[in-house]
Design a protein around this ligand. Structure first.
Ligand code: S5P
Length: 480
């Protein structure tokens, strides 16, 4: 998923149900097949607020993917007003595809003004197989426009992406049909029976085959296994962490926020066998020393096979961060594999750290925070994602959910606790299942849930088992 505000997406899904743009029941499709779900997004045009929200979400998806374009076009008719509103709101030139050629005058199939070879971004309301996108692409190409990217409001996940990719067109979606089901289920707008009926229909039924241009190969979006992710990843640290997660069967990170070396080393030695990563805050310690703390942590990392992330949250201008990272007081590069970094100062921070972080180590960018009323707006998250994309040494994100489609980086989520909903200082907690299954994150980061428990090892095992089972559950969706 792109870095859209989850709230806006959930609000849109509820609005679409309210205005009958999404319907549940029994509907006969063109193919004669009975479908338990039906989308009619044409009605959106009569609801200006919803239309405005749709335009915002489509445009922000284009921005977060960094799509370069000269103009936009909506597949007629439903996506035509979507493109128009984007054009007006964001000052982007638009071209308009005619459905029928005029029988007098110019006989043009595309209206507007553009230079030959201009990049045109296409918007569509719903994609099933992608056939209507392809039809419009052909017309635009004939008129001298290039189309490499399409953004769809709702992807039915029935082969459209693969079909378009085979024609060189990348499809991005704002919503997937599975997301719609999850949100409506969580808000009690549909019951489990209906959700299962629709899932069964989507997984097991061939869509309107008369519309297919190439055979469907994938009908269900399957979560990739750690081993598959490892093959996709290019950064050594990502490969290493995924290998540890697979070998030790753990996606738990310990946030070892203890203030003395003795306590820290004892906890890490006990819990080390159960975690893939230990996260530290050296600046909260009263007695940190390079030999006494840093190097001992490094020995334990070797002994128990985990990686170390110093949660320094670098956030200053590049030069200062470089000085902080290389300060001999901490010698971070000698014992930590990863460091966290904010995006607030722009790309300069990561850029400066790239000069000093050794090969095989990397940065984890804080894109989203767990604290109440934090300031990580969707625009901010999108900018952080752009920085992550621009720098090879960014190996992952601190976030509350899987914020992008990228599979070559890791999504790590703090704010996890089985017993509490939060603390008195604004921390907000979720369960391991919520984070791994519903929010599709990779790693849970747990601090007080482990080190403040009466039996930290037993608690770590409990978090590990629940979080890893959540992962195995989400990769074992049956394929059809
Ligand atoms: O958004 C965030 C980012 C981080 S890195 N929220 C967080 O809580 N963290 C860190 O995760 C925080 O600094 C602390 O070290 C840990 C959470 O600790 P817990 O005791 O609340 O589990």
């Amino acid at each position: 998923m792109a870095a859209e505000s989850e709230d806006r997406l959930e609000a849109l899904i509820e609005d679409l149900l309210r205005i009958n743009a999404i319907k549940f029941g029994s509907f006969k499709l063109k193919s004669g097949v009975d479908s338990p779900i039906y989308f009619d997004l044409r009605v959106i045009v009569s609801y200006p607020k919803i239309l405005g929200l749709v335009a915002d979400l489509l445009w922000s998806r284009a921005q977060s993917e960094g799509i370069s374009l000269d103009c936009i076009c909506g597949v007629p008719y439903t996506a035509l007003p979507f493109a128009t509103v984007v054009s007006v709101k964001y000052g982007v030139p638009m071209v308009m595809r005619r459905k029928e050629a005029k029988d007098y005058g110019t006989k043009r199939m595309v209206e507007g003004s553009w230079l030959p070879g201009s990049d045109c971004l296409l918007f569509e309301d719903v994609v099933t197989t992608g056939s209507s996108v392809l039809e419009t692409v052909e017309v635009l190409k004939t008129a001298g426009l290039e189309v490499k990217n399409t953004i769809v409001l709702l992807n039915r996940e029935q082969g459209g992406s693969e079909n378009l990719a085979s024609r060189g067109i990348q499809l991005y979606s704002v919503l997937s049909v599975y997301k719609v089901l999850d949100v409506l289920l969580s808000k009690n707008k549909i019951d489990l029976n209906m959700a299962e009926r629709v899932r069964g229909f989507l997984n097991g039924t061939t869509p309107d085959s008369s519309l297919l241009t190439t055979p469907i190969t994938t009908k269900i979006k399957k979560r990739l296994r750690y081993s598959e992710r490892r093959d996709i990843a290019s950064h050594k640290a990502v490969k290493r962490l995924l290998s540890i997660m697979e070998k030790k069967k753990t996606n738990l990170a310990l946030s070892a926020d203890l203030t003395t070396t003795d306590k820290l080393i004892k906890l890490v030695d006990e819990v080390g066998p159960h975690v893939c990563l230990v996260k530290t805050h050296v600046d909260i310690m009263s007695d940190f020393s390079y030999d006494g703390t840093g190097l001992r942590l490094k020995e334990l990392a070797k002994k128990h096979n985990f990686m170390i992330m110093e949660d320094r949250k670098f956030s200053d201008i590049g030069n200062t961060c470089k000085l902080q990272y290389t300060s001999p007081l901490y010698s971070l590069s000698d014992w930590s594999d990863l460091v966290t970094c904010h995006g607030i100062a722009g790309p300069g921070t990561v850029n400066a750290l790239s000069d000093v972080i050794p090969e095989g180590s990397g940065c984890v960018l804080v894109a989203e925070m767990s604290s109440r009323a934090c300031l990580t707006s969707s625009e901010y998250k999108e900018s952080v994602l752009r920085i992550a994309r621009d720098f090879d040494n960014v190996i992952g994100l601190i976030c509350q959910r899987k914020l992008s489609e990228r599979e070559d980086i890791l999504y790590m989520t703090p704010g996890v606790n089985i017993d509490k909903e939060g603390d008195r200082l604004g921390q907000q907690y979720h369960s391991p299942e919520e984070v791994i299954i519903r929010k599709e994150s990779d790693i849970i980061i747990v601090g007080r849930g482990i080190y403040e428990s009466a039996d930290p090892v037993a608690s770590a095992i409990q978090y590990k088992n629940r979080s890893y089972s959540a992962y195995t559950e989400s990769i074992t969706i049956p394929e059809h």
